[in-house]
Design a binder for this molecule. Structure first.
Ligand SMILES: Cc1cc2nc3c(=O)[nH]c(=O)nc-3n(C[C@H](O)[C@H](O)[C@H](O)COP(=O)(O)OP(=O)(O)OC[C@H]3O[C@@H](n4cnc5c(N)ncnc54)[C@H](O)[C@@H]3O)c2cc1C
Length: 433
C-alpha cells in the first residue's frame, strides 16, 4: 500500500466528480483517489431519453458556483467543444441531459486519480486510517467520502417479476423491451414516469395500450418558481440543518413538489400528445391516465401481468392486464454491507444516517477520521441534497472540513429571504425588542 491519502472517494457520479474537480482545482489531487465500479463515467444512461432536459440551471455545474473561473466549468466545456456561440444562439430554456452528461464525461476524462472498474470490495480501519479495497487496488486514507448514489427501488409486489418484461425506469433504455403493439403499464407519477410515457406515446410502433398509474392525486408539477428555488441555496440548507427533526420532517413533506414533481415543460408536451392521440388521430386510443391509484398486488395470469390497483379517493379496487410493466418508482439508499463494520450511527426512529453540518456521519471511530456522505442528507440538509443544485458547494464544504482549512471560500449565502434563526433569543435586526 502507498502513503496514506487524505481522501478516498467511493463512487464517481456527479457528486464525487465535483469533489475530484475541486481537488484538482486546488492542486490537491495527489492527496485523493476516487473509485467506481463502472468501466467509465456514465450518467443515468438508462434514462437518457431523446429530449430529456436538465431540471436546474447549467450554471450550477460541478464547480462554477464555488470556482467560477475553473477550467472544469460548463462554459469551458462548450468552448473546448467549439460551440459556445452556437449554444448562446440556441437560447435553450434548459440544457439537454445528454449534453450535460457529455460535459460530466469531459470533466472525468481530464481529472487524475479516478479509478474505474473498481467496485468497493472491503473497507476497514486500522492505525489511524481507513483501508479501502476497491477493484484490484488497496489504499489507506484519512477520510472517506461516499458518493454511491441510490439503488432503483421497485414496489415489493413487482420484485418477484423483475426481468425482461418488468423493469425499473433506470434500466429503460438498457433493455430491449417488447413494447410495440403490447399492453404497457407505467407505474409512478414523477419526472421519470412522465418522460417514459411521453417517449412511448411518440414511438413509431407504439404500445397497443398504454396505462399510466400514479399514487399522487394528479400528475403534479415541479414547483420551480423563484421563491421555491430559494430552498436550493446554501442559506436555506444552513437554516434547515438548524431545525428540529420534527420540523424538518414537516418541511420535507410540504416541499415535496419542489424536488419530485414533473417539469412543467414535460407536462405541456405530454398534454399535447394525449390531446393529439385522443381527439385528432382517429382510431388511436389515447393512453389510460390513472392518477390517485396505488399498485397493491401483481400476479401472472396467462403469460400477462394482472395488476391490482386501489383508488386512493374511494378505496375501490380495479384490475388491469399488462404485457410489460415499467416501474418509475424512485430510488432508495443502500450502503454496501462491508460498511457495516465501521458502525455508522443511524437515527433509531427513522433509520436515517446522522450527518453533521459538513456531511460527516457519526461513527464508532476517532473523530479525526471522518466518513462524509454525498447525496444522503435529505433528512438533515433538506430537499436540495439529492439534486445537482448544490453539488459544488457541498463538495467544497467537505473538502474544507477534510483538509482542515478554507481551501475554497463558501460564499453564496446571500438570500432574498430572511430565514428564521433557531437561537432562543434571536431577534430581527429592526425588531422593537
Ligand atoms: C434520470 C435522472 C435524472 C436526473 N436529473 C436531474 C436533474 O436534471 N437535475 C438535478 O438536480 N438532479 C437530477 N437527478 C438527481 C441527481 O442529481 C442524480 O441522481 C445524480 O446522478 C446524483 O449523483 P451522485 O453522484 O450522488 O449519484 P450517482 O450518479 O448515482 O453516482 C453514484 C456512483 O457510485 C457508483 N457506485 C455505487 N456503488 C458502488 C460500489 N459499491 N463501488 C464502487 N462504485 C459504486 C455507481 O457506479 C455510480 O457511478 C436525476 C436523477 C435521475 C435518476
Amino acid at each position: 500500500m502507498r502513503a496514506t491519502l487524505e481522501i478516498a472517494g467511493i463512487g464517481i457520479g456527479p457528486a464525487n466528480l465535483s469533489l475530484a474537480a475541486l481537488c484538482e482545482e486546488a492542486g490537491e489531487s495527489s492527496r485523493a483517489r476516487f473509485f467506481d465500479r463502472k468501466p467509465a463515467f456514465a450518467w443515468h444512461r438508462g434514462m437518457m431519453l431523446p429530449g430529456a432536459r436538465l431540471q436546474c440551471s447549467w450554471i450550477k455545474d460541478l464547480i462554477t458556483p464555488i470556482a467560477p473561473t475553473s477550467r472544469f466549468g460548463f462554459l469551458s466545456y462548450l468552448a473546448d467543444r467549439g460551440r459556445l456561440f452556437a449554444f448562446v444562439n440556441a437560447g435553450f430554456e434548459a440544457v439537454s441531459r445528454a449534453e450535460f452528461a457529455d460535459y460530466l464525461a469531459w470533466v472525468a476524462e481530464r481529472l487524475p486519480g479516478l479509478q474505474w472498474n473498481s467496485e468497493l470490495r472491503d473497507i476497514g480501519f486500522e492505525d489511524g486510517a481507513f483501508t479501502v479495497h476497491a477493484g484490484r487496488e488497496s489504499v489507506r486514507a484519512r477520510h472517506l467520502v461516499l458518493g454511491l448514489g441510490h439503488e432503483p427501488s421497485l414496489p415489493a409486489c413487482l420484485e418477484p417479476y423483475r426481468g425482461t418484461h418488468c423493469v425499473h425506469a433506470a434500466e429503460f433504455l438498457e433493455r430491449t423491451l417488447p413494447l410495440a403493439r403490447k399492453r404497457v403499464a407505467v407505474v409512478g407519477g414523477g419526472q421519470s414516469g412522465a418522460e417514459i410515457v411521453l417517449h412511448l406515446l411518440r414511438m413509431a410502433n407504439p404500445p397497443a395500450r398504454l396505462t399510466w398509474i400514479s399514487r399522487r392525486s394528479n400528475f403534479l408539477p415541479l414547483d420551480e418558481t423563484h421563491f421555491s428555488n430559494e430552498h436550493f441555496t446554501p442559506a436555506y440548507v444552513e437554516h434547515f440543518f438548524s431545525l428540529s427533526v420534527e420540523r424538518r420532517s414537516e418541511l420535507l413533506r410540504e416541499q415535496r413538489m419542489m424536488s419530485d414533481g414533473i417539469s412543467p415543460s414535460t407536462l405541456r408536451e405530454l398534454y399535447a400528445e394525449v390531446y393529439r392521440l385522443q381527439f385528432l388521430e382517429r382510431g388511436a386510443p389515447g393512453p389510460r391516465l390513472l392518477p390517485g391509484r396505488s399498485l397493491v398486488a401483481c400476479a401472472m395470469v396467462n403469460d400477462a401481468f394482472r395488476l391490482e390497483i386501489r383508488a386512493e379517493d374511494t378505496a375501490i379496487r380495479e384490475a388491469l392486464a399488462a404485457d410489460v410493466v415499467i416501474a418509475a418508482t424512485g430510488y432508495r439508499t443502500a450502503l454496501p454491507s462491508c460498511l457495516e463494520k465501521l458502525r455508522i450511527v443511524r437515527d433509531p426512529a427513522t433509520a436515517a444516517l446522522q450527518l453533521g453540518r459538513c456531511y460527516a456521519a457519526a461513527w464508532d471511530g476517532p473523530p479525526g477520521n471522518r466518513i462524509y456522505l454525498q447525496n444522503a442528507g435529505r433528512w438533515s440538509h433538506g430537499i436540495a441534497d439529492p439534486q445537482l443544485a448544490l453539488l459544488a458547494w457541498r463538495s467544497a464544504t467537505i473538502l474544507n472540513d477534510a483538509l482542515g482549512r478554507e481551501v475554497f471560500a463558501l460564499g453564496g449565502t446571500a438570500s432574498v429571504i430572511s430565514w428564521s434563526r433557531n437561537a432562543e433569543h434571536s431577534v430581527l435586526a429592526d425588531s422593537c425588542e
